[in-house]
Design a protein around this ligand. Structure first.
Ligand SMILES: *[C@@H]1O[C@H](CO)[C@@H](O)[C@H](O)[C@H]1NC(C)=O
Ligand SMILES: *[C@@H]1O[C@H](CO)[C@@H](O)[C@H](O)[C@H]1NC(C)=O
Length: 537
């Protein structure tokens, strides 16, 4: 017994050393980002936006699988600030997730350095601020992870790639939006859609006969979009880190917080073409354009714009079901994506989470299973690590929807490390939802109308469902996911629709086991910020 545990310990040390050795071998990329307010005329009036190193949107991070990313964020706003790396799994680095449940905010006038690794990931992602309504003012950007040169990719390498951040935009400014929400009022439909911060005139140039990669993120706060390019089709190759079956689409829906990667072949006549993003499920419909220009073209694009779906919920649900994993393709590792066989794993825990819009104390709030989340002043992750009582309690939240009026609370659901879990998102509201889970990706096994019940399991895709970090739930409909909780920590399960998250449509999933081990989690980094009840030990 004793010998066995010593042996186990030695093997463990070796594994740990080799793991840190690998990390040390992987390249480091250093960034210093100064975050300031600035004035930009985004629509027709000058307004305050958030700049990173003077840029709106912020700079894109371009890296390779397993790169170490070091970002020193200098907060020159007059408010606390955090950035999250949307979809970066933060394997054993929960301390870098950049939400108020895991991190104390960076105080105004100071700086804090994020350190994490793009471990075993490929694909198109983005980052954005999570504090207050900062995200509505900018501070977001692309986060692209290329495959290592030794790993094959399931399509010919395109000659060049373009990153498109598509966002909705309000003239009102983030402070006014925040005030509006603080008073318990819903936000109106945004004023416009932007492509890379521009309401029109963004342009992307390529050579006739060549293929280009378009990395597209919906970096907005509330609006689903449809994306299309006049005279061209989109070949979907990747969704949030998964290589997909390479289906051809005339247009693609991208919901808030989601990213897709498509290939576009420039095989039309040499001229300019409209790139169109239009809003889904809004009245009025917002439309914005950019240009796809063929090198040497001096012919402007011609109207009409290619038409896209407007309300058409079933069109979108049908399209969503066609987005499937390519089981034989690999992603960041050499083994095929299909080798995990998620459909054969026993589900050990099940949750049904229903969103509601309700009034609490006369003000609009959004809730999940009867609890509208409020951030405690002590980050949950710090409270958990240092055993600080009174910050949260596990399982105060029901695991299925409730019929009682919603209350304010700090909802944390408990799970164990390596639990394989089913989550059903039930949407009884008449608006589109977008749900994100931090720390891991999940398999989207089903979408359906009305109210989910256990017989819906018969319809699940247990073979080649796509694995992603953010999923839409259609109006009065449900979406089911399977997730393997292999990353210890307090992970934010949130509405990616920011006014909803801001007013309480979020919770935390505590992934835990009673063993403190550097194999499964890292100690708080030396620069950990302390706040609330958490004091530097
Ligand atoms: C703040 O920035 C300085 C360099 O400008 C750096 O040495 C220091 O480590 C940073 N502080 C934190 C907490 O990251
Ligand atoms: C799936 O991936 C393989 C690489 O393993 C690739 O050759 C094939 O074209 C892909 N199939 C589709 C339909 O995308």
């Amino acid at each position: 017994m004793r010998q066995a545990s010593i042996l186990y310990f030695c093997v463990g040390i070796l594994a740990f050393l080799s793991d840190t050795w690998v990390q040390a071998e992987d390249p480091y990329r250093y960034y210093t980002w100064t975050v300031t307010y600035g004035t930009r005329t985004v629509l027709d009036i000058p307004q305050t936006v958030i700049l990173i190193n003077g840029q709106f949107p912020g700079p894109n991070i371009e890296c390779v699988t397993n790169d170490n990313i070091i970002v020193n964020v200098i907060n020159k706003l007059n408010e606390p600030f955090l950035i999250t790396w949307n979809g970066i799994k933060q394997r054993r680095t929960i301390w870098q997730d950049g939400v108020l449940g895991t991190n104390c905010p960076i105080p105004p006038g100071s700086n804090w350095t994020y350190k994490f690794q793009a471990k075993d990931q490929i694909g198109t992602y983005n980052y954005f601020p999570t504090t207050a309504m900062h995200r509505a003012a900018g501070g977001f950007g692309g986060f692209n992870i290329a495959s290592r040169s030794v790993i094959s990719i399931p399509y010919p390498i395109p000659v060049a790639e373009f990153t498109l951040l598509i966002s909705d935009w309000y003239k009102a400014g983030h402070q006014a939006l925040k005030q509006n929400l603080d008073q318990g009022k819903a936000l109106p439909v945004p004023d416009a859609l932007l492509i890379n911060g521009l309401s029109k005139g963004a342009s992307f140039t390529g050579e006739k006969g060549q293929t280009y990669k378009f990395r597209i993120s919906n970096a907005g706060i509330s609006t689903s979009i449809n994306f299309r390019i006049q005279g061209h089709t989109l070949i979907l190759v990747e969704v949030e880190g998964s290589h997909t079956m390479q289906e051809v689409y005339d247009s693609l829906d991208v919901h808030v917080g989601q990213s897709v990667t498509v290939l576009v072949k420039l095989n039309s006549a040499v001229k300019d073409y409209f790139i169109v993003a239009s809003s889904r499920f809004t009245k009025p419909i917002l439309t914005t354009t950019a240009l796809l220009r063929y090198a040497g073209s001096n012919t402007p694009p011609s109207l009409p714009l290619p038409i896209g779906p407007t309300y058409h919920v079933h069109w979108s649900m049908k399209q969503a079901r066609t987005i499937r994993l390519n089981l034989t393709a690999n992603a960041a590792r050499p083994n095929p994506q299909g080798s995990f066989h998620y459909g054969t794993i026993n589900v050990v825990k099940r949750f049904v989470f229903a969103n509601t819009a309700e009034k609490i104390n006369g003000k609009l709030r959004y809730a999940v299973n009867g609890i509208s989340y409020v951030d405690p002043s002590t980050p949950l992750q710090l409270a958990d690590w240092y055993n600080i009582p009174g910050v949260f309690s596990l399982n105060t939240m029901k695991t299925t929807p409730v019929n009682t009026p919603a209350v304010l609370g700090t909802s944390v659901v408990g799970t164990e490390l390596h639990d394989f879990v089913e989550i059903v998102f039930q949407n009884n509201e008449n608006t589109i939802q977008s749900w994100h889970l931090s720390g891991t990706s999940f398999y989207v096994v089903g979408y359906g109308d009305n109210v989910w019940n256990p017989s819906m399991r018969k319809r699940y895709n247990l073979l080649d469902a796509v694995s992603r970090h953010t999923v839409q739930v259609y109006p009065t409909a449900w979406t089911a996911i399977y997730v393997s909780l292999d990353n210890k920590g307090m992970w934010n399960l949130r509405s990616a629709i920011w006014p909803r998250r801001y007013l309480g449509q979020q919770l935390y999933v505590r992934v835990w086991n009673n063993e403190r081990s550097l194999f499964t989690e890292s100690d708080p980094p030396p620069n950990t910020l302390f706040c609330g009840l958490a004091k530097r030990p």
